[in-house]
Design a protein around this ligand. Structure first.
Ligand code: FDA
Length: 392
């Protein structure tokens, strides 16, 4: 049995940040993880280049039952703070789009940076440890297949349920529940949407086609790329809207985000190119394969001159507001994150400590705070981990 000031479960983004901050403050910290490698999700993130933060981080860009909860942590540990750390380690970076910051070379540099900071702060990291039980008497006691560890503080940082193939588990949720903390409903987010029936028949042959669009649902609107897949839709605009989507709801796609007036455009084309096929005219506006499929599905098979203005108006309306009801999502196997988690009502927004269980902290994706696509989820992991590390 070995004793520490804090035991952190999970050597991911939030756990490592929490550990290095607590270590810098002189705490004796142990990080335990069942994986053979620390920061596995960091390594695969951003296509291997890690979209490590977003310059435009704001509380409105996070989903949570309590949208105010994330404000304190995001204000105390900002994208500029993380960027300063990245620059201290001379990691080359660039802004890709929409405030998204990526490594120029490899996500491995971010993991190496976190591990170097942990080592400098005297943090002990033990990988490949299966956690078999967690209990609390005067101290928290964590039992593993390779020994037991105790500490007056325990941090739950094992992330969410997405990508179980990589070893994601609900351990933090299970332990939180065991200590009486409430959970909000969890579901896959930032995930491709699936379709069935006729719509899928239309989409499947378009697999691989991508175009700029706007995905809308209620007050949410994301102008980014949409990608057709063999199961439905993906691409950044769809991943974003998936976080707001609930079963049974329709999403709307505007496939002509740049076109001011699609109706006039189609009616004008009818006059200017009466002999043209509708698919040829639509191909002026959309990728060719998509134009071909939509023309076949939405208009009679005859030249533009023989199309009614009513039909052209209807098609223009559908291009600007294509209402689609997904049958589901591709689930945790393909989701970048989990929505929901430990209810923020049970946590201090300053320290991430459970208000009813002294010494128990929850950080990162296990908390009911989920960011948009684009570096927001790492920023939440850094910020929540840092705040807990400050309090240990
Ligand atoms: P994280 O998942 O990082 O760490 C949890 C740790 O706990 C892991 O090391 C795991 O092994 C360990 N663990 C789990 N269960 C355990 C158990 N039972 N016992 C012991 N250890 C256990 N975000 C972003 O902002 N920018 C991006 O570019 C991307 N890209 C991206 C790509 C892909 C493919 C995915 C799946 C996700 C992203 N994300 C992202 C999301 C981001 O990876 C995620 O939000 C953070 O890693 C969450 O950090 P945590 O520390 O909470 O969990």
């Amino acid at each position: 049995m070995r004793n520490f000031d804090a035991v952190i479960l999970g050597a991911g983004a939030a756990g490592l940040m929490c550990a290095l901050r607590a270590g810098q403050r002189g705490r004796r910290v142990l990080v335990l993880d069942h994986a053979p490698q620390a920061g596995a999700k960091i390594l695969i993130s951003g296509g291997g280049r890690c979209n490590f933060t977003n310059r435009d981080t704001r509380p409105e860009r996070f989903f949570s039952a309590n949208p105010h909860f994330c404000k304190s942590a995001l204000k105390r540990y900002t994208p500029a703070d993380f960027l300063a750390l990245v620059e201290k380690h001379r990691i080359a970076w660039h802004e890709k789009t929409l405030g998204q910051l990526f490594c120029d070379h490899s996500a491995r540099e971010i993991v190496a940076m976190l591990l170097a900071e942990c080592a400098a702060a005297g943090v002990e990291i033990r990988l490949g440890h299966r956690i078999t039980d967690v209990s609390r008497a005067d101290h928290y006691r964590v039992q593993t297949d390779r020994g037991d560890f105790t500490a007056p503080a325990l941090v739950l940082a094992t992330g969410g349920l997405s990508i179980p193939k990589m070893g994601a588990t609900g351990l933090s949720l299970d332990i939180a529940r065991r200590f009486g903390l409430p959970l909000t409903e969890t579901r896959p987010a930032l995930v491709p949407l699936t379709f069935a029936g006729e719509v899928l028949e239309l989409m499947r042959p378009l697999s691989g086609v991508a175009l700029p669009a706007v995905a809308r649902l209620g007050r949410h609107s994301f102008p980014e790329a949409v990608l057709f897949t063999h199961r439905g839709l993906s691409g950044p605009a769809i991943l974003q809207i998936s976080s707001a989507w609930r079963e049974g709801q329709a999403i709307a796609l505007n496939l002509l985000p740049g076109a001011e007036d699609a109706v006039n455009l189609l009616v004008a084309r009818k006059a200017a190119r009466p002999k043209a096929e509708p698919r040829t005219v639509l191909a002026e506006l959309l990728p060719q394969r998509l134009a071909q499929s939509l023309a076949a599905a939405w208009l009679p098979d005859r030249p533009m001159a023989m199309q009614t203005d009513r039909d052209l108006r209807r098609v223009a309306g559908s291009l600007a507001h294509w209402s689609l009801t997904p049958s589901g999502t591709e689930g945790y196997a393909k989701a970048e994150v989990m929505l929901g988690g430990v209810d923020t009502a049970a946590l201090s927004s300053r320290t991430m400590e459970a208000t009813t269980v002294p010494g128990l902290h929850v950080v990162g994706e296990a908390v009911d705070v989920t960011g948009w696509l684009g570096g927001y989820n790492f920023q939440w992991a850094w910020a929540s981990g840092w705040c807990a590390g400050e309090a240990l």
